[in-house]
Design a protein around this ligand. Sequence first.
Ligand SMILES: Cc1ncc(C[n+]2csc(CCOP(=O)(O)OP(=O)(O)O)c2C)c(N)n1
Ligand SMILES: [Mg+2]
Length: 366
Amino acid sequence: MAKKQKEAFFTPIGIDTGQNGEIEKSVKLPEATKKTHKQLGLSDDDVVNMFEQMYLQRRFEERAMQMYQKGKFGGFLHLYIGQEAVSTGTVFAINDDDDIITAYRDHGWGLVRGVTAKEGMAELYGKATGCSKGKGGSMHFAKVENHFWGGYGIVGGHIPIGGGLAFANKYQQNNRIATCFLGDGAVDQGALHETLNMSQLWSLPCIYVVENNGYSMGTSTRRHTVGEIHERSKGYGMKSALFNGMDVFTVYENMKKIAEEVRKDSMPWFVEIRTYRYRGHSMSDPQKYRTKEELEEYQKTDPIQRLKTYLIDKKVTDKKNLEEIENRVEEQVLEAIDFAEESPFPEDEALFEDMYADEPFFHDKK
Ligand SMILES: Cc1ncc(C[n+]2csc(CCOP(=O)(O)OP(=O)(O)O)c2C)c(N)n1
Ligand SMILES: [Mg+2]
C-alpha cells in the first residue's frame, strides 16, 4: 500500500481533519429533545431516580475498573461508561416485563434491570453469589426473572435470540415486546440480516437497537461500515429511527413512542442510538485510534452531568439531595466489593449444573 494511502487508513479519527481543518467526529450526535420531564410525563421522583440509576452504573464500573487493576479478578472487562442514558432511558420507557437482551457491554443493563450491585460485583469476581452464579463473569450478567436475558460475547450472536424472544411473546399473546441491543460492530453480521428478514416477515414485536458508540474495538464506525446505519432496515421495509443517546430524556421519549407502536401493531423497528464510550474497548486497549481531544469533546455531553445540571436548574431537587444520593450509591458499591471478596467461589459440581433447561422456560411459569 502506498505510504500516503496507508496513513489515511490508519490515522486516528480525531487527528483526521476535514476540509476546513475541523476534527471529524467518529459519530455525529443528533439534537437532543427540548421537552421537560413534565412534558414527557415523568414525575420529579422519576427523574431523580433516573439520576440515581445512571450514577450507580457509573460508580459501579469505575470501582470495578480499580479492582480489576488491582488484580482482584481477571478475564474481560468492557465498560459502559458514557452510554448510561441508553440503558436508563430505555428501561424507564418500556414495561418491566418486556424483554431485554444485549451484547457483552452489559453491566449497566443488568444494574438498571435489577441485578444488585452485590450480585454484579460478585459475578465479576467469579463468585457463587453472582447474578450468573459466578460462571459468566463480566460478559454474562443476567436476571431472567426481570426479563433481562443477558450479556452475550459473540458479536451479533444474540440477535436471533432477541427475535426468538419476540416470537415467544407473539406466540403466547402476552402483549410483551422484546428489545435487542447490539453494537455498531454487529451491523454487518449475517445474523442481524437474517433476523430482520424473519422479523418483518412474521411481524415480530421487537425493537432492534444499535448503540453506535463510535467504535468497534479500535475501528471507527466511519471506517468499518458504509452509509447510515439506521437506513439498513429499508431493504426489509422495516420502520427505523435515529436519535441522541447522550440525553436520557431523548432516549426515553423515543423509546416510549416506538415501544407503544411495536406493542400496538406487532411490527419490528430498527433503531440507531448515537452515543460514545469514554473508556477503551476493554481494559487492555491503549486507545491509539483516537485523540484526547476527541474524547474530551464527547465528555462535554456527559449524560449524568447533563441530567444533574437539569435537576438543579429546574429546581427538581437540590445539590444536597444529589450529594446524598451519590454518597448512598458509593456506599452501596463499596459494600458490593466487600460482599464479592467475602463470597465463596462456585463448588466444583456447579460445572455440571445449568447446562440444560430442566423444563421449558416460559416467561411466567404458569
Ligand atoms: C463473531 C465475533 N467476531 C469478532 C469478535 C471480537 N470482537 C469482540 S468485541 C468486537 C467489537 C464489537 O464492537 P461493537 O459491536 O461496536 O460493540 P462495542 O464494543 O462498541 O460495544 C469484536 C470484533 C467477537 N467477539 N465475535
Ligand atoms: Mg461500538
